[in-house]
Write a protein that binds this ligand. Structure first.
Ligand code: MG
Length: 299
């Protein structure tokens, strides 16, 4: 089976093939769109500082407006809320992951546990007024199923999870990853196909410049295709997944896409700091580089 006929057999693939017909709903209808904003943010671990308070103070100093936490910080609600109060720094997505592929497991007890775990993360996300919970169905070696079998499971479980997310005031954010990390959902258009089919505001998606620069042929179009479903962005360079400005990497084409869709959510650092360099110097430079490239992205 060649790649094209393989793709036809999966919904994720069908979405990809439907791409040429995809229209920009608001632009096509001639509606005014809010201008996009660059809301800079970082994962907690990337920011210099010994305590959350120090990290938040640094984020303020760097002109950022968000912080992203890993996993489900349910046991840190008071600490996070108290520290962020009055700082102008909001909680961005929770970088939650795959729960070892449990949500798409054929072991129904595992699947049930996975669903309970993502619901708990959605509660935390809502409590922190975050923009959602990042979800990867499975990394390599976490599922032996074929993409079309994984599609089927997702369409079984996601409607109820999406309804739950809406009820508590949050959303799931599907994250496409490079083929180096998963065989399932590698490009934004594949996540779009899932979001479109479910048409549930509790199930949305994100884009990560690192994965996108390995998998997408047109970064502008990838974000334009994601359109209204896109609610988070990760930032990292392509070759070594490090800070912007630490190796040559242009975010401009992707930023053009974000501008075209009037993107209003966070762009969050998810990257390392080049070995031997000082994060206190390099992290602010990375944000400056992103601001410069945002300005260079003309539409
Ligand atoms: Mg990411």
């Amino acid at each position: 089976m060649n790649r094209r006929s393989f793709l036809k057999n999966t919904l994720v693939g069908a979405g990809a093939l439907a791409l040429p017909g995809f229209a920009l709903p608001s632009l096509a209808a001639g509606h005014a769109r809010k201008p996009a904003v660059l809301r800079l943010c970082s994962q907690e671990g990337r920011i210099p500082g010994k305590t959350l308070k120090e990290k938040v103070a640094n984020l303020q100093k760097y002109g950022c407006v968000g912080i992203e936490f890993g996993g489900n910080p349910a046991n840190r609600l008071a600490e996070i809320k108290d520290t962020l109060k009055g700082t102008g720094i909001k909680v961005a997505a929770l970088c939650w992951g795959s729960q070892k592929g449990d949500l798409v497991s054929l072991d129904l007890e595992k699947r049930k546990g996975g669903i309970e775990a993502i619901k708990s993360a959605l509660n935390t996300a809502a409590e922190l007024e975050s923009n959602g919970v990042i979800f990867v169905p499975c990394f390599h070696k976490q599922s032996d199923l074929k993409p079309e079998e994984l599609d089927k499971i997702l369409f079984d479980i996601l409607p109820a999870i999406g309804d739950y997310a809406k009820k508590v005031g949050s959303r799931v954010l599907l994250e496409p990853l490079t083929k180096k990390e998963t065989f399932y959902i590698n490009r934004l258009e594949q996540a779009v196909a899932i979001c479109n089919k479910l048409n549930n505001k509790g199930i949305c998606m994100m884009g990560d410049f690192y994965h996108m620069s390995l998998e997408e042929t047109d970064q502008t179009q990838a974000f334009v295709t994601a359109g209204k479903w896109l609610h988070h962005v990760h930032i990292a360079t392509r070759d070594h997944r490090i800070l912007p400005a630490q190796e040559p990497h242009s975010f401009v084409e992707g930023f053009k896409g974000l501008k075209q869709i009037g993107y209003q959510d966070f762009c969050s650092l998810e990257c390392g700091c080049k070995k031997g360099t000082n994060p206190e110097e390099e992290v602010p430079k990375a944000f400056e580089c992103l601001r410069k490239q945002w300005d260079e992205a003309k539409i």
